[in-house]
Design a protein around this ligand. Sequence first.
Ligand code: DAH
Length: 325
Amino acid sequence: QATALDEVRAAADVAALDAVQSAFLGKKGQVQQVLRTIGKLDPKERGPVGRAANEAKQAIEGALEVRRSELLAAADANLAESEWVDATLPPPAGARASGRGGSIHPITALVRDMEDVFLSMGFETLDGPWVEDDHHNFGALNIPADHPARDMQDTYWLTDGNLLRTHTSPVQVRAMETREPPIRAVCLGRIFRNEELDATHENTFHQCEGFFVDRDVSVGHMIYVLESLLHEIIGPDVKVRLRPSYFPFVEPGFEMDVTFRGDWMELLGCGMVHPSVLEAGGIDPNEYSGFAFGMGIDRLVMVRHGVEDIRHLMSGDLRFLSQFT
Ligand code: DAH
């Protein structure tokens, strides 16, 4: 037992410890050999020898366990020391040249650019759940069950009655429910629609929702904020125009067009938050007003980089993504 305990404590690694274990406790190990001879002993000696052998066995087992966890802990500490990587370092030049270095997805890049502009104007960024309930995605946005506007957005319904959010507008409602005006916020995130897929239609894409609720908010504030955004992300020469349009959650509602390659391009929906939507969010429409807008992000990415098929964006195809390193 004394020899075994010395050897256990001296084992420098797990392999050495395994060798000690089998030398003493293995089928042909020393403790087994003692136990095997007991039958041949004088009957008076069998009890004491058997007991001593079992005590030795337990003592050795206990020491093995202690030493094993010491060695494993040391190996872990050593691994952390010898194999750490600095994940913030840029990839080596070779990796970058081969296109195999990581890169920011073009949607993420545009989202970050847009968030920067909004942050500089005092907006905060919010998240909302992808799995929404009927109330936040439709009802609170002034789209009751029989409303034809529900057909404008083909919805993925879940078996429990919830749905995958069809737009980022529900984040407006969630923000109003939990905050007091002034609320200045944007939500840039993923949405889902049950669409026929082609080069310009995906069943998952991204929207930027923005809203501002306070006393005396007007259409003028809305135009200023949207123009500032578009000047930053498209260019200082971009012109915008508003056309009257209809969305159930705003009144009046508009669509905003921007100049693009010498023509007008339809870009976003916007308007003054409908009084029923303010009420659904727990905000008194007699005291407060607000504007809201929503725009597709994927289409802007396509324009920015000349992408001809929207399905490339979420494909995860490295031949596409490696062009953005
Ligand atoms: N939620 C609308 C959609 O998905 C976009 C939108 C239009 C958002 C007008 C707004 C708005 O906030 O005011 O098509």
